[in-house]
Design a protein around this ligand. Structure first.
Ligand SMILES: CC(=O)[C@@H](O)[C@H](O)COP(=O)(O)O
Ligand SMILES: NCC(=O)COP(=O)(O)O
Length: 253
């Protein structure tokens, strides 16, 4: 399965596997073993977010996963992070398929907002140009604001990743329909501007299919926290199968 396939790609974020591993000096659970099992089960890619405080993914993990993914030519490696912290070292050294630029502060609890466009345009322009020159696809982590999408295109992004926490927290409540309309509008604005659309944050086996039904044309979802939580119960392979089944369900499969 390649990134050009029509169905939404599943990129498994393995941050939380590293988080558990880091509580001992034993190397278990292994992030490369987790990646191998997920890819063998049909995941389309692996996502990591090596934060500056290395609370979960460490630089060596990113290098190890990069090496591992060479044996999986159809799988995509997505590295997330702030280009004004540690991300650009990985861009220039490893040239992953995709980098998702996220405006997190150092030590931030978890990502909680997208870029502020057009205000952030001038500082983003050179780092995006540098990544593109290295052949790396750039996705900008964005709140679902239709009016910001043309600015994301203008600054050189290839994709936007819609920050889905507000959808996840509205899912199953009376606000769900209104919030999904907001995401659909943002996605349409991005697509009209010539961008492809990814999505992520707090997506889960429960809320994924409704999101994809409501927001057509999503190229990739990156899912970590809920995925790893499910994998603790089901195992990696069954969890990949379960998420792929939700993706298929959303497209009528
Ligand atoms: C950009 C994004 O939404 C995810 O990468 C999220 O930030 C996961 O990071 P943590 O696993 O550190 O919460
Ligand atoms: N880009 C979002 C991501 O990789 C995973 O976010 P989450 O599923 O851990 O919330």
């Amino acid at each position: 399965m390649t990134a050009s396939t029509a169905r939404t790609a599943l990129s498994v974020n393995l941050n939380k596997v590293a988080l558990v591993r880091n509580t001992r000096h034993l190397g278990i659970p292994s992030v490369t073993r987790a990646a191998t099992l997920c890819l063998q089960a049909g995941a389309d890619g692996i996502t990591v977010h090596p934060r500056p405080d290395a609370r979960h993914m460490r630089a060596q993990d990113v290098r190890d996963l990069h090496d591992l993914l060479r044996a999986w030519p159809q799988a995509e490696f997505n590295i997330e992070g702030n280009p004004f912290h540690n991300l650009m070292e990985f861009v220039t050294l490893l040239r992953p398929h995709q980098c998702t630029l996220v405006p997190d502060s150092e030590g931030q609890f978890t990502s909680d907002h997208g870029w502020n466009l057009p205000a952030d345009t001038e500082r983003l322009r050179p780092v995006i140009a540098q990544a593109k020159a290295a052949g790396v696809r750039i996705s900008l982590f964005m709140d679902p604001l239709p009016e910001a999408m043309a600015h994301a295109k203008a600054v050189g992004a290839d994709r936007v990743e819609l920050y889905t926490e507000s959808y996840a927290s509205a899912w199953g409540t009376p606000r769900q329909a209104e919030v999904i309309r907001q995401f659909a509008q943002a996605a349409r604005a991005a697509q009209a501007a010539g961008l492809e659309v990814n999505a992520g944050h707090d997506l889960s086996r429960e809320n994924l299919a409704d999101f994809l039904r409501g927001v057509p044309g999503v190229r990739e979802v990156s899912i970590g926290h809920a995925f790893v939580s499910d994998a603790l119960e089901l195992g990696y392979a069954a969890t990949v199968h379960a998420y792929l089944a939700e993706i298929a369900k959303a497209s009528g499969g």
